[in-house]
Design a binder for this molecule. Structure first.
Ligand code: G3H
Ligand code: 13P
Ligand code: ZN
Length: 331
């Protein structure tokens, strides 16, 4: 058993309480590679922001759980080396789907886990989440559960249709599970194609404008659970300049579209205290690499193209922290 405390990591409890009270949100960035980890830590240190580094089942399959855990340990030491005396870094399991995977992560250095039973019937979702909470809390590991289903087309957690969270269910769910935070469904979804063109309108320049998030549901949930930490998944904004760069240099991402940043900024001021971003990092990395290859066809050393990729991700992370989530200077 490796406790996250030995690795210098923290759980989410205190940072969420401060974020809810302070009207900002903690960034939860997915990582699969060393370059993503470095860019996340550099951005968090430079902006003096707490940060959640999250690992999906797909990331564990790609990079190996032991390697990712040690990258997170390295992240704490790296942050200190960069001049941050007291980094606030959470290592979080994203979309854990069984008790066993949550237990394995808790036993191996994760400070926070998500148990995603959102696809299950209400009673089964509660039973599974409670089982994880009962285990996790023995080790002071915090637990995120989910109520409501997000749509998504690209990853292992996708569902064809979304079902908004029903505000009348959240009190019973949070009380009976004992979860520390609750992911809700209010119109976000995973991946770089969050809406079909048919679901959007077009502005005067022909740019797709997505439908707004269901803020009425968010506010109804806040009324039922005052001050309770709420989580938004599927919150990439799919920057159109990155999509344009990808398409200019040989890519093919027609009509990729995300959540407008003003809406995320608005959400961050509410009880939403954790905002999950993965696709924007993928886009930033891919855009920089495609551009680099187009401009330097003779390059074949991965360091040559991963360096601008890392820089571009760092720029994106800093932008999110400072201009969207507002978690800068909150250490
Ligand atoms: O919520 C899903 C995250 O974007 C992780 O995606 O399962 O492809 O690693 P993944
Ligand atoms: P995006 O695909 O919008 O980046 O969402 C990521 C996410 O929710 C990870 O759990
Ligand atoms: Zn998610």
């Amino acid at each position: 058993m490796t406790s996250y405390k030995e690795l210098g990591l923290v759980n989410t409890r205190e940072m969420f309480a401060k974020a809810v009270a302070g009207g900002y949100a903690i960034p939860a960035f997915n990582f699969n590679t060393m370059e993503q980890m470095q860019a996340i830590v550099q951005a968090a240190v430079e902006t003096k922001s707490p940060v959640i580094m999250q690992v999906s089942k797909g990331a564990r399959a790609y990079a190996n759980g032991t390697i990712l855990r040690n990258l997170a340990k390295g992240a704490v030491e790296y942050a200190k080396e960069l001049g941050c005396e007291n980094p606030q870094i959470v290592l979080h399991l994203d979309h854990g789907d069984t008790f066993e995977i949550c237990k394995e992560c808790i036993d191996n250095g994760f400070s926070s886990v998500m148990i995603d039973g959102s696809h299950l019937p209400f009673e089964e979702n509660i039973a599974l989440a409670k089982k994880v909470v009962d285990y996790a809390h023995q080790f002071d590991v915090t637990v995120e559960a989910e109520l409501g289903v997000l749509a998504g087309v690209e990853d292992e957690v996708s569902a064809a249709e979304s079902h908004y969270t029903q505000p009348e269910e959240v009190i019973e769910f949070s009380q009976r599970t004992g979860c520390d935070s609750l992911a809700i469904s209010i119109g976000t979804s995973h991946g770089a194609y969050k809406f079909t063109p048919a679901q959007c309108t077009r502005n005067a320049d022909g740019i797709l404008v997505p439908p707004p998030l269901a803020f009425d549901i968010l506010h109804a949930i806040e009324e039922k659970l005052p001050g309770f930490p709420i989580v938004l998944h599927g919150s990439s904004s799919v920057p159109q300049e990155e999509v344009a760069t990808i398409n200019k240099f040989g890519g093919n991402l027609p009509d990729a579209i995300g959540i407008p940043e003003e809406q995320l900024r608005e959400a961050a001021k509410s009880a939403v205290c954790k905002i999950n971003i993965d696709s924007d990092s993928r886009l930033a990395m891919t855009a920089a690499i495609r551009q680099h290859f187009a401009e330097h066809p003779d390059h074949f050393d991965p360091r040559q193209y991963l360096k601008p990729a890392r820089e571009n991700m760092k720029k994106m992370y800093i932008h999110k922290i400072v201009n969207v989530l507002g978690s800068n200077n909150k250490l």
